[in-house]
Design a protein around this ligand. Structure first.
Ligand code: NYM
Ligand code: MG
Length: 216
């Protein structure tokens, strides 16, 4: 019909604690979608290859110290550096599967005592996910998966507090767009549920609408 536009790709975000299996599920999902003829690409935040990503990497690896607000804004700027690329991919019909997003940004900063609204502000207007898949795992189960590394935040006590912040975030996201999946299971078991949820989104009416803007 006149004016009919091609259906866009879906913006799928994985969130969760460190070691919850996000990276594994992102790679698996992209591969499965491609095998089914659905164009899909992976993205991740922080994207350490970008200019801001280099500074973030030295902060996380404890080579540099930064004010809590400065690092928060860098994480947000890192997303803005990629935002147009994500938008272009989605509008070309490519699904973008992303490892962490603005929810990690708030969760990891808010536990330091920065206010919720201050943390949220710099990410307002970013491309909004069509679905956030939160991989739920207890900090102790996450740690037993080969243990945390030496990066900042990779401590059970910090992860416990981050878990609480994520819970609050989930409650603030539009109904049906934040889905919690039990992650303390086998990769395939989690993966099957992931694929089912994503296929629902891809078949839904949302893909005929424009990409939303986060928190607007
Ligand atoms: N992190 C990640 C933040 O503190 N703020 C953010 O905005 C994002 C995207 O970076 N412990 C934290 C969470 C992780 C750390 O992420 C590195 P990864 O996925 O382990 O590379
Ligand atoms: Mg990590």
């Amino acid at each position: 019909a006149a004016g009919a536009r091609q259906r866009r790709g879906a913006f799928i975000v994985f969130e969760g604690l460190d070691r919850s299996g996000k990276s594994t599920q992102v790679a698996r999902l992209v591969q499965q979608l491609n095998e089914r003829g659905v164009k899909a690409v992976a993205a991740r935040f922080p994207d350490r290859t970008l200019t801001t990503g280099k500074m973030i990497d030295s902060y996380l690896s404890q080579k540099a110290d930064l004010d809590d607000r400065a690092i928060h804004l860098l994480f947000s700027a890192n997303r803005w550096e990629r935002a147009n690329q994500i938008l272009e991919d989605l509008n070309r019909g490519t699904t973008v599967v992303c490892d962490r997003y603005a929810f990690s940004g708030i969760a990891f900063s808010a536990i330091k005592g920065l206010s919720w609204s201050w943390c949220r502000a710099p990410d307002i207007g970013l491309p909004a996910p069509d679905l956030v898949l939160f991989l739920r795992i207890s900090p102790s189960a996450a740690q037993s998966r080969g243990g945390f590394g030496d990066e900042r935040y990779e401590k059970t006590e910090v992860q416990q507090r981050v878990k609480g912040a994520f819970k609050r975030l989930g409650e603030s996201v539009e109904e049906g767009k934040w889905v919690e999946l039990e992650a303390d299971r086998g990769v395939d078991e989690v993966g099957q549920e992931v694929l089912r949820r994503v296929e629902e989104v891809l078949q839904g009416a949302g893909m005929d609408k424009e990409v939303g803007k986060l928190w607007t």
